[in-house]
Design a protein around this ligand. Structure first.
Ligand SMILES: NC(=O)c1ccc[n+]([C@@H]2O[C@H](COP(=O)([O-])OP(=O)(O)OC[C@H]3O[C@@H](n4cnc5c(N)ncnc54)[C@H](OP(=O)(O)O)[C@@H]3O)[C@@H](O)[C@H]2O)c1
Length: 223
C-alpha cells in the first residue's frame, strides 16, 4: 500500500531509526533516512532496501531530510537531541510535525540505562518544544517500542505506543502513520507534559529486559 505522507527519520542510521525505517517501509510509507553524514544515510537506506525490496527510501543529511517531509522523527540519543534540533530550526517549515522518541536516559552522563535524568523543561519532548518554532508541531512517542521488535517481520505480541502532544491534529497524523505498523496500536496519552511519565517507562522496560532477557513492550487494557 502506498502512503502519501513522507517521513524523515533523523538519526536514521541508528538502532531505532533502522527498526522504524524497516517497519514503515514494510507498511508502504515513503521514508527519508537522515544522518549527520550523507554516506551513513546512504548505507542505512541500503540496509532497509535489503530487508524490504520495494521500500520507498531516500538518503540525505539531517538538514536535507526534513525538506518537504510532513512528519519528522527524532531518533537520536538525549545528549545530542537539543543540538540537533537547534541546527534544524532553520530548515523546518510551518505545519511540519516532529515526532520525538528521545528518552533522557542517564547513559547521556555516564549513568545507567535503567535511570532517568531530570530535564529542566519536564521531559525530552518538552525540551524539543522549547527549541522548535511554535509553527511546528511536537508529539512524543515510540519510547517503549524496541528497535529489534520493529526489525523482525514475524512479531506476534501486539503492543501499544503512547503518544503525547498538545494538538489533536498532530497526534492524528502520527497515529495514522505509526498505526500502519503491523502489531502496533497508537494510544493518545494526553498533552505533551505527560511525556515526562511516558519517557520514564523506557528505563523501567530496560530493567525488565535485562532481568528477563526479552524485548518487553507495553499494552494498555480496557480501551
Ligand atoms: N533503540 C531503541 O530500541 C529505542 C526505542 C525507543 C526509543 N529510543 C530512543 O530513541 C533515540 C535513539 O536511540 P538509538 O538506540 O537508535 O540511538 P543510537 O543508535 O545510539 O543513535 C542513533 C543515531 O543518532 C545519531 N547520533 C549519534 N551521536 C550523535 C551526535 N553527537 N549528534 C547528532 N547525531 C548523533 C547517529 O546517527 P548519524 O551518526 O548517522 O548521524 C546514530 O546512528 C534515543 O533517544 C533512545 O532513547 C530507542
Amino acid at each position: 500500500m502506498a502512503v502519501e505522507t513522507t517521513v524523515a527519520i533523523l538519526g536514521g542510521s541508528g538502532e531505532l531509526g533502522q527498526g522504524l525505517g524497516v517497519a514503515l517501509a514494510r507498511a508502504g510509507v515513503r521514508i527519508r533516512i537522515g544522518s549527520r553524514e550523507l554516506e551513513r544515510a546512504v548505507q542505512a537506506a541500503e540496509a532497509i532496501r535489503a530487508s524490504v525490496a520495494d521500500a520507498e527510501v531516500e538518503a540525505a543529511t539531517n538538514a536535507d531530510a526534513v525538506s518537504g517531509a510532513e512528519l519528522i522523527v527524532v531518533a537520536v540519543p538525549f545528549a545530542t537531541q537539543a543540538g540537533l534540533l537547534k541546527d534544524l530550526k532553520a530548515h523546518v517549515s510551518d505545519g511540519q510535525v516532529v515526532l520525538d522518541a528521545t528518552v533522557p536516559l542517564a547513559t547521556a552522563v555516564g549513568g545507567r540505562p535503567t535511570h532517568l535524568l531530570g530535564v529542566w523543561q519536564g521531559s525530552a519532548a518538552q525540551q524539543a518544544r522549547s527549541i522548535l518554532p511554535s509553527t511546528v508541531g511536537v508529539v512524543s512517542g515510540l519510547h517503549t517500542l524496541s528497535a529489534a521488535d520493529l526489525l523482525s517481520a514475524g512479531r506476534t505480541a501486539a503492543q501499544d505506543t503512547l503518544i503525547c502532544g498538545d494538538s489533536k491534529e498532530d497526534k492524528a497524523l502520527v497515529s495514522s502513520v505509526i498505526g500502519l505498523i503491523d502489531g502496533i496500536r497508537v494510544v493518545d496519552a494526553g498533552p505533551l507534559a505527560m511525556s515526562r511519565l511516558v519517557e520514564g517507562l523506557t528505563p523501567l522496560l530496560i530493567g525488565i529486559n535485562i532481568r528477563h532477557k526479552v524485548h518487553a513492550g507495553i499494552q494498555i487494557t480496557g480501551l
